[in-house]
Write a protein that binds this ligand. Structure first.
Ligand SMILES: N[C@@H](CCC(=O)N[C@@H](CS)C(=O)NCC(=O)O)C(=O)O
Length: 212
């Protein structure tokens, strides 16, 4: 049984979709991403940074969303969410997940947590502006990479498509983020992923109101 430290609007929702797709039992442990609210001690014992997702299971625990995604896909190959080790699509799968994590998520961080990237509060608007530009740059790279392919990896659906969908749910015009319409290939995949029963279940609040 997996335990997932969970908060709405966060990357823990993407991990929950993976667990639903795998069809394995899991327990959600409510936590928060509010700066001024304490995290459960069990969460901090695994991830002293205090962020989610954090996954625990009998015999182990880990954090970092892309790493958790790879771990779950490898542990449950029968779910067919990732190319096998010797599959020619494997390098693109790994490359894209790591790029999502360290380029696109990093750009979001500049806009959601500018205090972590600015020396003084007065510098924070600059960090936010650069983050917004960085979001345009990095999403464009992914949009071009997808081109007219059906899915991120080409002809087959994978965890990379779920991850892509999760990242699109963080776009907010109120923050000055680009609109998803600026990246039509990304939007095309996200519009199909949202129809999956696993995604409809986990993202019910976002589907009801994308600005939730
Ligand atoms: N590199 C981490 C970043 C995770 C992250 O930024 N999580 C956000 C929510 S999506 C969070 O927990 N923020 C609260 C905080 O950082 O204190 C990952 O990909 O797992």
């Amino acid at each position: 049984m997996y335990k997932l430290f969970y908060a709405l609007k966060t990357a823990s929702m993407g991990v929950r979709v993976m667990l639903e797709e795998i069809g394995t039992p899991y327990e959600l442990i409510d936590t928060t991403v509010a700066m001024n609210e304490p995290r459960p001690p069990e969460q901090l014992a695994i991830n002293p940074n205090g962020w989610v997702p954090v996954l625990a299971w009998e015999g182990g625990a880990m954090y970092e969303c892309a790493a958790i995604t790879m771990f779950l896909c490898d542990r449950h190959p029968e779910a067919g969410l990732a190319p096998a080790l010797d599959d020619p699509a494997r390098p693109l799968y790994l490359q894209t997940l790591v790029y999502f994590s360290n380029a696109i998520q990093n750009a979001y961080q500049l806009t959601y947590y500018p205090d972590r990237f600015a020396d003084t509060p007065a510098d924070e608007p600059s960090a936010k502006r650069r983050g917004n530009r960085r979001l345009r740059e990095t999403w464009q790279v992914i949009d071009d990479q997808i081109g007219d392919k059906e899915w991120v990896l080409g002809e087959r659906f994978s965890a990379a498509d779920i991850y892509l969908f999760m990242l699109t749910t963080w776009l907010r015009s109120a923050k000055g983020h680009p609109a998803i319409e600026a990246f039509p290939n990304v939007k095309r995949i996200a519009d199909i992923v949202v129809q999956r029963p696993s995604v409809r279940l986990v993202y019910t609040p976002w589907i009801a109101n994308p600005d939730y």
